[in-house]
Design a protein around this ligand. Structure first.
Ligand SMILES: *Cc1c(COP(=O)(O)O)cnc(C)c1O
Length: 334
């Protein structure tokens, strides 16, 4: 697949931007003096954790629900989710007059579960992995005719996440390097398609945690592989990419310039920096860009944009990290 023909095109992303316009926040960017000093080039933070529902996932979910027919919308939407996608889909379904059923594993933190229920979705907690939750989704699709909206491997979802890339190019036109949190790759694929569609030489780097980096392992292997799911401060980056991955594996392989792994300690330091220096509350997944900058793992000869992708963290855990903890508490990590 050549760079001129990604599976989701710049035109698809522009269409998504027109479809969701007025329904979501256009989140601001803020320049970070301290990170800029460290990196030796301007560093801008894209404050997407301020998005409605607390993460960028609302972009893809809204675009996907708006792309359904009224008959499909009436059948209801269903997804397996580690939290933020479920939350976004619950909100998008409610706003657009559909009903969401969200299936998730027991590893998902309680604050995310209750928030999804509060948003009006039906929650089903099944098994100990994303794959087991997905099996329940497949059953509801087969038995009840619900419409599956997956968290990342779906053209309308990728196009929705890609709208972030359009905003970044508009807000920081001279950006040379974009730092994108990476799990299933919907965000990275969408942003890379947008950014490289507008300016091919812009670098897009995926950031993920050392503990269970499924996309990185898959890219290294040359095909989707399963990795052991381990608890991490970046819980929103957990889960596999799907052995039958249709879009994001190929797009990430084609479009990403690099994938950088960060440790739990570095993620904790990133969250502390976001709070103390930038006055921002971000979850672990949202802090991986800052984490990589602080540890000197990113080099760029021009302006950098780091995406703060979400803020949905238990505030007790956030306080522990701010007060110096560098990992999940034992009772969670065990
Ligand atoms: C889902 C999520 C990611 C990763 O997005 P993918 O499309 O799965 O790569 C990053 N950060 C946050 C906060 C998320 O919720």
């Amino acid at each position: 697949m050549s760079r001129q023909q990604p599976f989701v095109s710049l035109d698809d992303i522009r269409a998504a931007a027109a479809r969701i316009a007025g329904r979501l926040l256009r989140t601001p960017t803020a320049q970070s003096a301290s990170l800029g000093e460290l990196a030796g080039v301007p560093v801008h933070l894209k404050l997407e954790h301020h998005q409605t529902t607390g993460s960028f996932k609302l972009r893809g979910a809204t675009n996907a629900v708006l792309s359904l027919t009224s008959v499909e919308r009436a059948l209801g939407v269903v997804a397996a989710s580690t939290g933020n996608h479920g939350r976004a889909l619950a909100h998008a379904a409610k706003v657009e007059g559909s009903i969401a059923t969200i299936c998730m594993s027991r590893l998902v933190p309680e604050n995310k579960v209750s928030e999804i229920r509060r948003l009006g979705a039906e929650v089903r907690i099944v098994g100990n992995s994303q794959d087991e939750a997905q099996a329940e989704v497949d059953r509801l699709v087969a038995d009840k005719g619900m419409i599956m909206v997956p968290p990342f491997d779906h053209a309308a979802v990728i196009a929705g996440q890609g709208t972030l890339g359009l905003e970044i190019m508009d807000q920081v036109p001279g950006v040379e390097t974009v730092l994108v949190p990476l799990s299933g790759g919907g965000l990275a694929a969408g942003i890379a398609a947008a950014v490289k569609g507008l300016r091919p030489k812009t670098r897009v780097i995926g950031l993920t945690m050392e503990r269970g980096a499924a996309m990185k392992a898959s890219l290294d292997a040359g095909h989707p592989v399963q990795v052991e799911e381990l608890p991490s401060l970046a819980d929103s980056l957990g889960g596999g990419i799907g052995l039958g991955n249709a879009l994001t594996f190929a797009m990430c392989g084609d479009l990403l310039d690099d994938v950088i792994l960060v440790t739990e300690k570095e993620i904790a330091a990133g969250m502390r920096h976001a709070y103390a220096a930038e006055r921002e509350i971000v979850e672990g997944a949202g802090a991986v860009g800052i984490a990589a900058l602080l540890s000197g793992r990113v080099t760029s000869t021009g302006p950098i944009v780091a995406i703060l992708s979400g803020r949905n963290i238990d505030m007790g855990l956030h306080r522990r990290i701010i007060n110096g903890a560098s990992s999940l508490p034992e009772e969670v990590a065990a």
